[in-house]
Design a protein around this ligand. Structure first.
Ligand code: GTP
Ligand code: SPV
Ligand code: MN
Length: 591
């Protein structure tokens, strides 16, 4: 028999619905203790010490990496699990063919069973958090209940959490409920479940990233996209970056690329040689919430306050900002270590690994030393290019929306959509090679509309209709573009140098937004004319540039047919306007 523990919650919050929910969860999960997170630095320190004590964290070389720790996750728990992620609406059609679905009651019964007494012997942490600047009308709050101190530490670095968030929740009177337990870490008892109609998330059996840090993908994308549709805004898998040209004018871009396709790198870009008088400011690296203001200008806030970034590939050449940023006060997950206990990963150009990400001696024979989805967690305050406007309650005005994917063939370096409706089709047509950010096969091209395939909390058909509807509400919407940094030559080498040099493409985008430069009008959209893209000083020949900007009509006809079939799979939920737009492009390609 369970001894009956009485949890006193009255001292913690005056907000009845929160008190009651925490009480219910405690009754269900039976923790030994309940800890309400204050969000203080002292609390963070205590958690770190506790995790160092029980081996959840390992101290890294404190001389070179002060305040840095390594977490080795369970080897079966290293990425998001899309096949175990569910959106449970009353009507299956509302979740759409883009989501896994279960009847809400059935999902709850299953989860009740998982969560029953699962926190016995453990501490239950209550994390009030605010997604977005605390004073922003666009910010939304949530409360995550978890039994993982690693989750608390990550939420501390990545969100505005603790007392200040609780004060806002008490003011607002509402919050998204997120219940999380690492459970037994059994891959067969792992479920990431969303009930958008109840603003509730239940996540069991994983301690990793987007599965467990519920403010991020679960709340700020799946639940928020659902709310955004009924409230008239957008919650997107987008970085937000400010590009300041030598004249001093700054344009803000919101860019949607699938997981591990370059958002953090573009958001933190360092201007290359020849662009010393340009400045790039980071607003966000993963998620954007965008609203139309009274004048019809689309404005974006970043709901997050820190980064959960891909480690491999980060070095002084590719991303010096990130490289320096993660030399202090950073939690590393699943990287390798050197003999003197410094973190090591593929693409790091100094040191060599002696232990792999699991902690085994590294001999180079069994795959990479760092896990391909190893991550750093760090506060955005450590980014030297963090924009002063990141805390602005009203957000920043967006000049351009940019879609992109990882395509070794087909998609040119950059093109512009003709108008908003065409832009929505371009977004809906995004496809990309899969990466290690989710479990499953890597390198397979799949459709990933607006980079939201794993994150759209409702039927994609309704989502595209929602996107299209913005044209009825504003005549000054951002221009829409598509980029591809990942096109390869016959030997598999990238044709475009990427990283800092991507600024050259952003420059063209900004010139198009400002109406300063012409373009070549093609069936798929507007492309730079020869000479429009600045390739001075980089090793990109005329021939390579031609390849990068080439559009193969035959291949594109096939692609457009594929997109047509994909869109048709949404049946009568597909907005007719998107079908019309699609027909127009197909006819233009045939002409
Ligand atoms: P998530 O956090 O999973 O959403 O990823 P992300 O979109 O922020 O991707 P990130 O910037 O972390 O980049 C993923 C990988 O792509 C890293 O290994 C980068 O080094 C690499 N990468 C980023 N930008 C470029 C580029 O312009 N060219 C090439 N070739 N690789 C790039
Ligand atoms: C992604 O997969 O897009 C990420 C990492 O940004 S996670 O937080 O795991 O979703
Ligand atoms: Mn992401």
């Amino acid at each position: 028999m369970l001894s009956h523990r009485v949890y006193d919650l009255t001292v913690t919050t005056q907000l009845k619905p929160l008190q009651e929910w925490v009480g219910e969860v405690a009754e269900l999960t039976r923790p030994d203790r309940i800890h309400w997170c204050s969000g203080s630095e002292q609390e963070y320190r205590q958690l770190i010490d506790q995790m160092l004590g029980d081996g959840t964290l390992l101290e890294l070389n404190q001389q070179h990496y002060p305040g840095c720790y390594l977490h080795r996750s369970d080897p079966t728990d290293v990425a998001r699990v899309e096949h175990l992620t569910f959106v449970c609406t009353e009507d299956e059609e509302d979740a759409g063919p883009n989501n896994n679905w279960k009847p809400p009651e059935e999902a709850k019964r299953m989860l009740q069973d998982c969560f029953s007494a699962c926190m016995r012997g453990r501490t239950m942490y209550v994390i009030p958090y605010c997604m977005g600047p605390l004073e922003s009308p666009y910010a939304r709050c949530g409360v995550e209940i978890t039994d993982s101190p690693y989750v608390v530490a990550n939420m501390y670095l990545m969100t505005r959490m603790g007392d200040a968030a609780l004060a806002r929740i008490e003011r607002d009177g509402n919050f998204v409920k997120g219940l999380h337990s690492t459970g037994e870490l059994d891959p067969d008892r792992r479920y990431i479940v969303h009930f958008p109609e109840e603003l509730t998330i239940m996540s069991y059996g994983s301690g990793y990233g987007g599965n467990a840090l519920l403010g991020k993908k679960c709340h700020a994308l799946r639940i928020a996209s659902y709310q955004a549709r009924s409230e008239g805004w957008l919650a997107e898998h987008m970085l937000i970056v400010g590009v300041q040209s030598p004249g001093g004018e700054t344009h803000y871009l919101a860019c949607a690329f699938p997981s591990q396709c370059g958002k953090t790198n573009l958001a933190m870009l360092i201007p290359p040689e020849g662009y010393e008088d340009w400045k790039v400011w980071t607003l966000g690296d993963d998620i954007a919430w965008m609203h139309l203001d009274a004048a019809g200008q689309l404005r974006a806030i970043n709901p997050e306050a820190g980064y959960f970034g891909v480690v491999p590939g980060t070095n002084r050449k590719t991303n010096p900002n990130a490289y320096d940023m993660i030399e202090a006060d950073t939690i590393f997950t699943n990287v390798a270590v050197t003999a003197d206990n410094q973190p090591w990963w593929e693409g790091k150009d100094t040191g060599e690994p002696v232990l792999d990400w699991v902690g085994n001696p590294y001999d180079g024979a069994n795959g990479p030393a760092a896990h391909p989805n190893s991550r750093f967690t760090v506060s955005a305050k450590q980014n030297p290019c963090y924009s002063e406007l990141a805390d602005a309650p009203e957000g920043v005005p967006i000049s351009a929306v940019v879609f992109g994917g990882r395509r070794s063939e087909l998609a040119p370096l950059v093109f512009q959509a003709r108008d908003w409706a065409h832009g929505v089709l371009v977004g809906a047509g995004v496809a990309s090679e899969t990466t290690a950010a989710a479990t499953g096969q890597v390198g397979v091209v799949r459709r990933d509309p607006m980079a939201m395939k794993p994150f759209c909390g409702y039927n994609y058909g309704d989502y595209w209709a929602h996107w299209l509807s913005f044209a009825n509400r504003s005549d000054r919407l951002p221009k829409v573009f598509h980029v591809n940094w990942f096109r390869r030559d016959g030997d598999g080498r990238f044709l475009w140098p990427g990283f800092g040099e991507n600024l050259r493409v952003l420059r063209w985008i900004i010139d198009r937004c400002a109406g300063r430069i012409g373009a070549d009008e093609r069936p798929i959209g507007y492309l730079p004319r020869p000479g429009d893209l600045d390739v001075n000083g980089i090793d990109v020949s005329d021939d390579t540039l031609n390849q990068l900007l080439s559009v193969d009509s035959g291949q594109w006809r096939d692609e457009v047919d594929e997109i047509g079939k994909y869109l048709a799979s949404f049946g009568d939920r597909l907005p007719p306007e998107l079908g019309t737009e699609h027909d127009r492009i197909r006819r233009a390609l045939e002409a």
